[in-house]
Design a protein around this ligand. Structure first.
Ligand SMILES: NC(=O)c1ccc[n+]([C@@H]2O[C@H](COP(=O)([O-])OP(=O)(O)OC[C@H]3O[C@@H](n4cnc5c(N)ncnc54)[C@H](O)[C@@H]3O)[C@@H](O)[C@H]2O)c1
Ligand SMILES: [Zn+2]
Length: 369
Protein backbone atom coordinates (compact mmCIF):
# COMPACT_ATOMS: atom_id res chain seq x y z
CA UNK A 1 0.00 0.00 0.00
CA UNK A 2 1.17 3.54 -0.78
CA UNK A 3 0.38 6.59 1.34
CA UNK A 4 0.32 10.17 0.11
CA UNK A 5 -0.08 12.96 2.66
CA UNK A 6 -2.12 16.09 2.16
CA UNK A 7 -0.38 18.54 4.51
CA UNK A 8 -2.89 21.15 5.67
CA UNK A 9 -1.88 21.81 9.29
CA UNK A 10 -4.56 20.56 11.66
CA UNK A 11 -6.64 19.42 8.68
CA UNK A 12 -3.88 17.19 7.24
CA UNK A 13 -4.85 13.72 6.12
CA UNK A 14 -3.48 10.64 4.38
CA UNK A 15 -4.52 9.09 1.07
CA UNK A 16 -4.15 5.30 1.12
CA UNK A 17 -3.71 3.67 -2.27
CA UNK A 18 -3.65 -0.08 -2.85
CA UNK A 19 -5.33 -3.24 -4.12
CA UNK A 20 -8.24 -4.67 -2.11
CA UNK A 21 -7.82 -2.23 0.76
CA UNK A 22 -11.53 -1.52 1.23
CA UNK A 23 -11.41 -4.31 3.82
CA UNK A 24 -9.14 -2.06 5.92
CA UNK A 25 -11.64 0.80 6.04
CA UNK A 26 -12.78 -0.01 9.59
CA UNK A 27 -9.24 -0.36 10.95
CA UNK A 28 -8.32 3.10 9.60
CA UNK A 29 -11.47 4.60 11.17
CA UNK A 30 -10.71 2.89 14.49
CA UNK A 31 -7.51 4.92 14.80
CA UNK A 32 -9.51 8.16 14.83
CA UNK A 33 -11.75 9.37 17.64
CA UNK A 34 -15.00 8.51 15.90
CA UNK A 35 -18.25 7.49 17.58
CA UNK A 36 -19.70 4.05 16.86
CA UNK A 37 -22.59 5.12 14.67
CA UNK A 38 -21.80 5.99 11.09
CA UNK A 39 -23.31 6.09 7.61
CA UNK A 40 -22.08 4.85 4.27
CA UNK A 41 -23.46 7.03 1.49
CA UNK A 42 -23.27 5.32 -1.90
CA UNK A 43 -25.17 5.06 -5.19
CA UNK A 44 -27.30 2.38 -6.81
CA UNK A 45 -24.45 1.05 -8.95
CA UNK A 46 -21.71 1.06 -6.37
CA UNK A 47 -23.63 -0.10 -3.30
CA UNK A 48 -24.41 -3.61 -4.65
CA UNK A 49 -20.73 -4.06 -5.53
CA UNK A 50 -18.89 -2.64 -2.53
CA UNK A 51 -21.20 -1.67 0.36
CA UNK A 52 -21.02 -5.16 1.86
CA UNK A 53 -17.22 -5.12 2.03
CA UNK A 54 -17.18 -1.57 3.40
CA UNK A 55 -19.92 -2.26 5.97
CA UNK A 56 -18.35 -5.55 7.05
CA UNK A 57 -15.01 -3.89 7.60
CA UNK A 58 -16.62 -1.17 9.72
CA UNK A 59 -18.57 -3.71 11.78
CA UNK A 60 -15.47 -5.81 12.43
CA UNK A 61 -13.85 -2.68 13.84
CA UNK A 62 -16.81 -2.16 16.22
CA UNK A 63 -18.78 0.45 14.26
CA UNK A 64 -22.51 0.43 13.52
CA UNK A 65 -22.93 1.55 9.92
CA UNK A 66 -26.20 2.39 8.16
CA UNK A 67 -26.33 2.43 4.39
CA UNK A 68 -27.84 5.37 2.51
CA UNK A 69 -28.19 4.74 -1.23
CA UNK A 70 -28.90 7.51 -3.74
CA UNK A 71 -29.67 7.13 -7.47
CA UNK A 72 -26.54 7.02 -9.66
CA UNK A 73 -25.71 10.08 -11.72
CA UNK A 74 -25.22 13.83 -11.60
CA UNK A 75 -28.89 14.45 -10.73
CA UNK A 76 -28.19 13.24 -7.21
CA UNK A 77 -25.96 16.26 -6.63
CA UNK A 78 -28.95 18.35 -5.53
CA UNK A 79 -30.16 20.13 -2.41
CA UNK A 80 -33.15 17.80 -2.42
CA UNK A 81 -30.81 14.81 -2.12
CA UNK A 82 -28.89 16.58 0.65
CA UNK A 83 -32.16 16.79 2.54
CA UNK A 84 -33.02 13.14 1.87
CA UNK A 85 -29.60 12.08 3.19
CA UNK A 86 -29.78 14.34 6.26
CA UNK A 87 -33.28 13.05 7.07
CA UNK A 88 -31.93 9.51 7.01
CA UNK A 89 -28.98 10.41 9.23
CA UNK A 90 -31.31 12.07 11.73
CA UNK A 91 -33.68 9.10 11.57
CA UNK A 92 -30.80 6.78 12.48
CA UNK A 93 -29.74 9.20 15.21
CA UNK A 94 -26.28 9.96 13.93
CA UNK A 95 -24.73 12.42 16.36
CA UNK A 96 -21.77 14.82 16.51
CA UNK A 97 -19.17 12.07 16.86
CA UNK A 98 -20.68 10.00 14.07
CA UNK A 99 -19.01 9.96 10.67
CA UNK A 100 -19.86 9.49 7.03
CA UNK A 101 -18.14 7.31 4.46
CA UNK A 102 -18.55 8.46 0.84
CA UNK A 103 -18.40 5.24 -1.19
CA UNK A 104 -18.58 5.93 -4.92
CA UNK A 105 -17.52 8.28 -7.67
CA UNK A 106 -17.29 12.06 -7.68
CA UNK A 107 -21.05 12.48 -7.45
CA UNK A 108 -21.27 10.55 -4.19
CA UNK A 109 -18.10 12.19 -2.86
CA UNK A 110 -19.31 15.73 -3.54
CA UNK A 111 -22.80 15.03 -2.16
CA UNK A 112 -21.76 13.03 0.92
CA UNK A 113 -18.99 15.53 1.66
CA UNK A 114 -21.48 18.39 1.60
CA UNK A 115 -23.87 16.42 3.81
CA UNK A 116 -20.97 15.83 6.24
CA UNK A 117 -20.03 19.53 6.16
CA UNK A 118 -23.55 20.63 7.10
CA UNK A 119 -25.29 17.89 9.10
CA UNK A 120 -25.15 19.01 12.75
CA UNK A 121 -22.85 21.82 11.54
CA UNK A 122 -20.32 19.25 10.46
CA UNK A 123 -19.44 15.63 11.18
CA UNK A 124 -16.26 13.80 10.18
CA UNK A 125 -16.09 12.16 6.78
CA UNK A 126 -14.00 9.69 4.87
CA UNK A 127 -13.65 9.34 1.11
CA UNK A 128 -13.65 5.86 -0.44
CA UNK A 129 -13.55 6.79 -4.16
CA UNK A 130 -14.40 4.07 -6.68
CA UNK A 131 -13.90 5.81 -10.05
CA UNK A 132 -10.55 6.79 -11.54
CA UNK A 133 -11.69 10.41 -11.68
CA UNK A 134 -12.63 10.38 -8.01
CA UNK A 135 -9.38 8.65 -6.97
CA UNK A 136 -7.09 11.12 -8.73
CA UNK A 137 -9.17 14.26 -8.45
CA UNK A 138 -12.50 14.80 -6.71
CA UNK A 139 -11.83 12.92 -3.45
CA UNK A 140 -8.71 14.96 -2.72
CA UNK A 141 -8.76 18.63 -1.78
CA UNK A 142 -11.98 19.11 0.14
CA UNK A 143 -14.23 20.73 -2.45
CA UNK A 144 -17.71 19.41 -1.76
CA UNK A 145 -21.07 20.58 -3.00
CA UNK A 146 -24.14 20.19 -5.16
CA UNK A 147 -25.66 21.75 -8.27
CA UNK A 148 -28.44 24.29 -8.74
CA UNK A 149 -30.70 24.63 -11.78
CA UNK A 150 -28.56 27.67 -12.63
CA UNK A 151 -25.33 25.68 -12.84
CA UNK A 152 -22.97 23.06 -11.51
CA UNK A 153 -21.38 23.18 -8.05
CA UNK A 154 -23.00 26.50 -7.13
CA UNK A 155 -23.61 25.48 -3.51
CA UNK A 156 -20.74 23.97 -1.58
CA UNK A 157 -17.96 24.17 0.95
CA UNK A 158 -14.30 23.48 1.48
CA UNK A 159 -14.44 20.55 3.87
CA UNK A 160 -11.53 18.10 4.08
CA UNK A 161 -12.02 14.37 4.64
CA UNK A 162 -10.16 12.65 7.52
CA UNK A 163 -8.60 10.21 5.10
CA UNK A 164 -9.04 8.95 1.54
CA UNK A 165 -8.95 5.26 0.74
CA UNK A 166 -8.40 4.40 -2.93
CA UNK A 167 -9.00 0.71 -3.52
CA UNK A 168 -7.59 0.11 -7.00
CA UNK A 169 -9.47 -3.20 -7.26
CA UNK A 170 -12.72 -1.21 -7.44
CA UNK A 171 -11.61 0.24 -10.77
CA UNK A 172 -11.97 -3.18 -12.37
CA UNK A 173 -15.77 -2.96 -12.47
CA UNK A 174 -15.78 0.55 -13.90
CA UNK A 175 -17.21 0.90 -17.44
CA UNK A 176 -14.56 1.37 -20.11
CA UNK A 177 -15.89 4.79 -21.06
CA UNK A 178 -15.77 6.03 -17.43
CA UNK A 179 -12.25 4.66 -17.01
CA UNK A 180 -11.02 6.46 -20.12
CA UNK A 181 -12.70 9.68 -19.00
CA UNK A 182 -10.67 9.45 -15.79
CA UNK A 183 -7.51 9.18 -17.88
CA UNK A 184 -8.16 12.68 -19.22
CA UNK A 185 -7.54 14.05 -15.70
CA UNK A 186 -4.48 11.80 -15.29
CA UNK A 187 -2.98 13.19 -18.51
CA UNK A 188 -3.82 16.70 -17.29
CA UNK A 189 -1.53 16.22 -14.26
CA UNK A 190 1.35 15.40 -16.58
CA UNK A 191 0.75 18.55 -18.61
CA UNK A 192 0.36 20.91 -15.65
CA UNK A 193 3.27 19.78 -13.56
CA UNK A 194 5.12 16.62 -14.41
CA UNK A 195 6.81 15.99 -17.75
CA UNK A 196 8.15 12.65 -16.44
CA UNK A 197 4.62 11.47 -15.63
CA UNK A 198 3.53 12.53 -19.11
CA UNK A 199 6.39 10.53 -20.65
CA UNK A 200 5.51 7.53 -18.50
CA UNK A 201 1.90 7.73 -19.72
CA UNK A 202 3.16 7.77 -23.31
CA UNK A 203 5.18 4.64 -22.55
CA UNK A 204 2.67 2.79 -20.41
CA UNK A 205 -0.69 3.71 -21.97
CA UNK A 206 -1.38 0.13 -23.17
CA UNK A 207 -0.74 -1.27 -19.66
CA UNK A 208 -2.83 1.49 -18.14
CA UNK A 209 -5.72 0.71 -20.49
CA UNK A 210 -5.47 -2.93 -19.35
CA UNK A 211 -5.76 -1.55 -15.78
CA UNK A 212 -2.52 -3.22 -14.77
CA UNK A 213 -2.51 -2.92 -10.94
CA UNK A 214 1.16 -2.03 -10.65
CA UNK A 215 1.03 0.83 -13.11
CA UNK A 216 -2.31 2.04 -11.74
CA UNK A 217 -0.86 2.21 -8.23
CA UNK A 218 2.08 4.26 -9.45
CA UNK A 219 0.01 6.62 -11.56
CA UNK A 220 -2.83 7.17 -9.06
CA UNK A 221 -0.29 7.87 -6.31
CA UNK A 222 1.61 10.36 -8.49
CA UNK A 223 -1.59 12.20 -9.44
CA UNK A 224 -2.63 12.38 -5.77
CA UNK A 225 0.80 13.78 -4.90
CA UNK A 226 0.45 16.50 -7.50
CA UNK A 227 -3.08 17.40 -6.42
CA UNK A 228 -2.03 17.34 -2.74
CA UNK A 229 0.85 19.67 -3.51
CA UNK A 230 -1.37 22.17 -5.33
CA UNK A 231 -4.02 22.03 -2.58
CA UNK A 232 -1.34 22.46 0.12
CA UNK A 233 -0.26 25.72 -1.49
CA UNK A 234 -3.78 26.99 -2.20
CA UNK A 235 -6.49 25.25 -0.19
CA UNK A 236 -9.33 27.62 -1.08
CA UNK A 237 -8.52 28.47 -4.69
CA UNK A 238 -6.96 31.89 -4.27
CA UNK A 239 -4.69 31.40 -7.26
CA UNK A 240 -2.46 28.38 -7.93
CA UNK A 241 -5.30 25.86 -7.66
CA UNK A 242 -6.58 27.33 -10.93
CA UNK A 243 -3.89 25.35 -12.82
CA UNK A 244 -6.00 22.24 -12.16
CA UNK A 245 -8.42 23.77 -14.64
CA UNK A 246 -6.17 23.20 -17.66
CA UNK A 247 -8.53 22.27 -20.51
CA UNK A 248 -11.57 23.05 -18.38
CA UNK A 249 -12.56 26.49 -19.75
CA UNK A 250 -13.43 25.05 -23.14
CA UNK A 251 -14.33 21.66 -21.60
CA UNK A 252 -17.01 23.11 -19.32
CA UNK A 253 -18.44 25.12 -22.21
CA UNK A 254 -18.61 21.98 -24.36
CA UNK A 255 -20.49 20.19 -21.57
CA UNK A 256 -22.91 23.12 -21.32
CA UNK A 257 -23.65 23.67 -25.03
CA UNK A 258 -23.87 20.00 -25.97
CA UNK A 259 -26.35 19.43 -23.17
CA UNK A 260 -25.02 17.83 -19.98
CA UNK A 261 -24.81 14.10 -20.53
CA UNK A 262 -23.70 13.92 -24.18
CA UNK A 263 -20.04 14.03 -23.24
CA UNK A 264 -18.65 12.73 -19.99
CA UNK A 265 -16.67 15.38 -18.14
CA UNK A 266 -13.37 13.69 -18.99
CA UNK A 267 -14.27 13.55 -22.68
CA UNK A 268 -15.17 17.25 -22.75
CA UNK A 269 -11.92 18.21 -21.05
CA UNK A 270 -9.94 16.01 -23.44
CA UNK A 271 -11.28 18.22 -26.24
CA UNK A 272 -10.61 21.26 -24.04
CA UNK A 273 -7.01 20.18 -23.43
CA UNK A 274 -6.29 19.76 -27.13
CA UNK A 275 -7.72 23.23 -27.77
CA UNK A 276 -5.78 24.71 -24.83
CA UNK A 277 -2.58 23.13 -26.15
CA UNK A 278 -3.17 24.73 -29.55
CA UNK A 279 -3.80 28.11 -27.92
CA UNK A 280 -0.61 27.58 -25.95
CA UNK A 281 1.36 27.24 -29.19
CA UNK A 282 0.03 30.65 -30.25
CA UNK A 283 0.17 32.45 -26.95
CA UNK A 284 2.62 30.92 -24.50
CA UNK A 285 5.39 29.39 -26.55
CA UNK A 286 4.46 25.71 -26.30
CA UNK A 287 6.39 23.97 -29.09
CA UNK A 288 3.96 22.70 -31.75
CA UNK A 289 5.47 19.22 -31.40
CA UNK A 290 4.48 19.15 -27.71
CA UNK A 291 0.91 20.17 -28.54
CA UNK A 292 0.97 17.25 -30.96
CA UNK A 293 2.07 14.90 -28.16
CA UNK A 294 -0.84 16.08 -25.99
CA UNK A 295 -3.32 15.37 -28.76
CA UNK A 296 -1.74 12.02 -29.59
CA UNK A 297 -1.75 10.80 -25.96
CA UNK A 298 -5.39 11.75 -25.44
CA UNK A 299 -6.30 9.93 -28.64
CA UNK A 300 -4.40 6.85 -27.53
CA UNK A 301 -6.39 6.92 -24.29
CA UNK A 302 -9.47 6.59 -26.49
CA UNK A 303 -10.62 10.15 -25.87
CA UNK A 304 -12.04 12.64 -28.38
CA UNK A 305 -9.63 15.37 -29.48
CA UNK A 306 -12.00 17.76 -31.23
CA UNK A 307 -15.58 18.63 -32.11
CA UNK A 308 -16.97 19.91 -35.38
CA UNK A 309 -19.07 22.98 -34.66
CA UNK A 310 -21.13 25.22 -36.88
CA UNK A 311 -20.42 28.96 -36.60
CA UNK A 312 -23.61 29.30 -34.56
CA UNK A 313 -22.58 26.64 -32.06
CA UNK A 314 -19.11 28.17 -31.85
CA UNK A 315 -20.76 31.42 -30.77
CA UNK A 316 -22.84 29.54 -28.20
CA UNK A 317 -19.65 27.90 -26.93
CA UNK A 318 -17.88 31.24 -26.51
CA UNK A 319 -20.99 32.62 -24.83
CA UNK A 320 -20.89 29.70 -22.39
CA UNK A 321 -17.22 30.43 -21.63
CA UNK A 322 -18.14 34.02 -20.78
CA UNK A 323 -20.66 32.71 -18.25
CA UNK A 324 -18.02 30.53 -16.60
CA UNK A 325 -16.61 31.54 -13.23
CA UNK A 326 -13.17 32.28 -14.62
CA UNK A 327 -14.12 35.36 -16.63
CA UNK A 328 -12.83 38.79 -15.67
CA UNK A 329 -13.38 42.09 -17.53
CA UNK A 330 -15.25 40.22 -20.25
CA UNK A 331 -12.09 38.45 -21.38
CA UNK A 332 -11.94 34.71 -21.16
CA UNK A 333 -9.06 33.42 -19.06
CA UNK A 334 -7.13 30.29 -19.80
CA UNK A 335 -4.56 28.06 -18.21
CA UNK A 336 -1.91 27.69 -20.92
CA UNK A 337 1.17 25.50 -21.16
CA UNK A 338 4.69 26.84 -21.72
CA UNK A 339 5.84 23.30 -22.17
CA UNK A 340 4.62 19.90 -21.06
CA UNK A 341 4.95 19.95 -17.27
CA UNK A 342 4.64 23.72 -16.85
CA UNK A 343 1.59 25.95 -17.12
CA UNK A 344 0.51 29.49 -16.33
CA UNK A 345 -2.99 30.49 -15.21
CA UNK A 346 -4.97 33.66 -15.85
CA UNK A 347 -4.01 34.19 -19.49
CA UNK A 348 -6.53 36.36 -21.31
CA UNK A 349 -7.11 35.19 -24.83
CA UNK A 350 -8.70 37.04 -27.72
CA UNK A 351 -11.90 35.60 -29.07
CA UNK A 352 -10.53 35.28 -32.65
CA UNK A 353 -7.85 32.94 -31.41
CA UNK A 354 -10.37 30.75 -29.64
CA UNK A 355 -12.45 30.63 -32.82
CA UNK A 356 -9.35 29.79 -34.83
CA UNK A 357 -8.40 26.74 -32.72
CA UNK A 358 -11.99 25.55 -32.65
CA UNK A 359 -12.27 25.88 -36.42
CA UNK A 360 -9.06 23.96 -37.12
CA UNK A 361 -9.26 20.88 -34.94
CA UNK A 362 -6.61 18.91 -36.80
CA UNK A 363 -3.78 21.28 -37.63
CA UNK A 364 -1.64 23.03 -35.08
CA UNK A 365 -0.55 26.42 -36.41
CA UNK A 366 1.68 28.91 -34.74
CA UNK A 367 1.63 32.63 -35.49
CA UNK A 368 4.69 33.36 -33.41
CA UNK A 369 7.01 33.51 -36.39
N1 LIG B 1 -14.80 17.95 -5.68
C1 LIG B 1 -13.94 18.09 -6.66
O1 LIG B 1 -12.85 18.61 -6.50
C2 LIG B 1 -14.31 17.54 -8.01
C3 LIG B 1 -13.34 17.43 -9.01
C4 LIG B 1 -13.69 16.85 -10.20
C5 LIG B 1 -14.99 16.42 -10.41
N2 LIG B 1 -15.92 16.55 -9.42
C6 LIG B 1 -17.29 16.05 -9.61
O2 LIG B 1 -17.25 14.64 -9.77
C7 LIG B 1 -18.41 14.23 -10.46
C8 LIG B 1 -18.05 13.19 -11.49
O3 LIG B 1 -17.48 12.09 -10.84
P1 LIG B 1 -17.37 10.67 -11.55
O4 LIG B 1 -16.81 10.85 -12.90
O5 LIG B 1 -16.69 9.77 -10.60
O6 LIG B 1 -18.91 10.28 -11.79
P2 LIG B 1 -19.96 9.39 -10.98
O7 LIG B 1 -19.79 9.52 -9.54
O8 LIG B 1 -21.28 9.72 -11.56
O9 LIG B 1 -19.55 7.91 -11.41
C9 LIG B 1 -19.65 7.52 -12.76
C10 LIG B 1 -20.51 6.26 -12.92
O10 LIG B 1 -19.76 5.13 -12.51
C11 LIG B 1 -20.48 4.37 -11.55
N3 LIG B 1 -19.45 3.77 -10.69
C12 LIG B 1 -18.71 4.37 -9.74
N4 LIG B 1 -17.76 3.54 -9.29
C13 LIG B 1 -17.92 2.37 -9.93
C14 LIG B 1 -17.23 1.13 -9.89
N5 LIG B 1 -16.15 0.94 -9.14
N6 LIG B 1 -17.68 0.13 -10.70
C15 LIG B 1 -18.75 0.33 -11.52
N7 LIG B 1 -19.42 1.48 -11.61
C16 LIG B 1 -19.00 2.50 -10.82
C17 LIG B 1 -21.39 5.36 -10.88
O11 LIG B 1 -22.51 4.75 -10.32
C18 LIG B 1 -21.77 6.26 -12.07
O12 LIG B 1 -22.80 5.66 -12.79
C19 LIG B 1 -19.02 15.51 -11.06
O13 LIG B 1 -20.19 15.83 -10.35
C20 LIG B 1 -17.96 16.56 -10.84
O14 LIG B 1 -18.50 17.85 -10.64
C21 LIG B 1 -15.60 17.09 -8.23
ZN1 LIG C 1 -12.09 17.93 -14.33
Amino acid sequence: MRTVNVPLGSRSYPIFIGEKILSELGAHCARLQFGRRCAIISDENVAPLYAKAAGGSLRRAGFEPVLVVVPAGEKSKSLRMVQTCCDQLACHRLERKSFIVALGGGVVGDLAGFVAATYLRGVAFVQAPTTLLAQVDSSVGGKVGVNLAAGKNLVGAFYQPRFVLCDLAALRTLHEREFRAGLAEVIKYGIISDAALFAQLERDMPRLLRRDPEILAEVVARCCEIKADVVRQDETEGGLRAILNFGHTIGHAIEAVSGYGRYLHGEAIAIGQVAAAKLSVRASGLPAAEAGRVEELLRRAGLPAGVKLSARRQTALIQAMRLDKKVSDGEIQFVLARRIGQVEAGRKIREEWIRAVLAAPAAVKSNRH
